[in-house]
Design a protein around this ligand. Structure first.
Ligand SMILES: [Zn+2]
Length: 255
């Protein structure tokens, strides 16, 4: 199993869990990879420290669209350079546009997103995209800047949009939301080609059923995998192999 989107150094999480214990449990469950989304210097320092002991940890650096109001490219490049030498930087993000919460001005979000796209291209790295109420704007920019590697994390669009994203070459990230009783986009889980799906816990958010309401950890990833398998009427082991391969391909890692 490969968790493609985790905020492992989130304050709530590190205050509630012993990270070392958690990572040992994940090691025992033979997790193949965890992408740690890092957006600050302390997070990157923790990443560098833990990744030396747990080689299945990988890093993606970006400033969340919520924080685009404070974005400047110098800081992004400083953060990226801090982790670049470790050989563990495998993506840029999460970045994108969130016009639901609008915690940063639209224009600031768009500028920050474009900076992330350009940096990802410069480094030949995939991009981790966050989109909420911003499908057409995100798509327009991905197209304009010819983005062809990356993932639409926590995909929330419809099937038509999913097809457009896949046509660009990007992957569709599914979270614990697919286990919720009121989840409405079953056709996405059913119909997106398995070769374009990756799974993610988005720890500490989006805890899958039956633990909804508690803090999420990558230990809950099997609940998401099993739900995908169940919806598609396939064996979990079979789905797991394909989704693992997808994650390795997405982040350009050797399987
Ligand atoms: Zn996230």
């Amino acid at each position: 199993m490969f968790d493609t989107h985790v905020h492992l150094f989130n304050e709530k999480l590190i205050n509630s869990f012993n990270l070392d214990t958690l990572l040992k449990q994940l090691e025992n469950m033979h997790i193949k990879g965890i992408i740690c989304i890092c957006e600050s210097e302390p997070e990157i320092d923790m990443f560098i420290n833990f990744s030396q002991k747990y080689p299945f940890l990988y890093c993606s650096v970006g400033i969340h669209p919520h924080n685009a109001k404070d974005f400047d490219e110098k800081t992004l490049r400083f953060l990226v350079n801090k982790v670049l030498h470790s050989g563990k930087l495998v993506a840029i993000g999460e970045t994108g546009l969130d016009f639901y919460y609008n915690l940063s001005q639209k224009e600031k979000q768009i500028d920050a997103f474009i900076s992330h796209i350009k940096l990802a291209k410069e480094l030949s790295l995939p991009i981790v995209v966050h989109s909420r109420n911003s499908i057409s704007e995100v798509y327009k920019l991905l197209l304009e800047y010819k983005v062809s590697i990356g993932v639409m994390h926590c995909f929330s669009g419809d099937l038509e949009f999913a097809k457009k994203i896949i046509d660009l070459g990007l992957f569709i990230g599914l979270t614990g939301i697919i286990t919720f009783k009121n989840y409405k986009n079953l056709d996405i889980v059913k119909n997106v080609p398995l070769e374009y799906i990756v799974i993610e816990t988005d720890t500490p958010y989006l805890t899958p059923e039956p633990y909804r309401g508690k803090l999420n950890t990558p230990l809950n990833l099997p609940l998401i995998l099993n739900k995908v398998a169940q919806i598609r009427n396939l064996e979990s082991n079979y789905v797991e192999d394909i989704l693992d391969m997808n994650a390795f391909k997405l982040f350009n890692l050797n399987y």
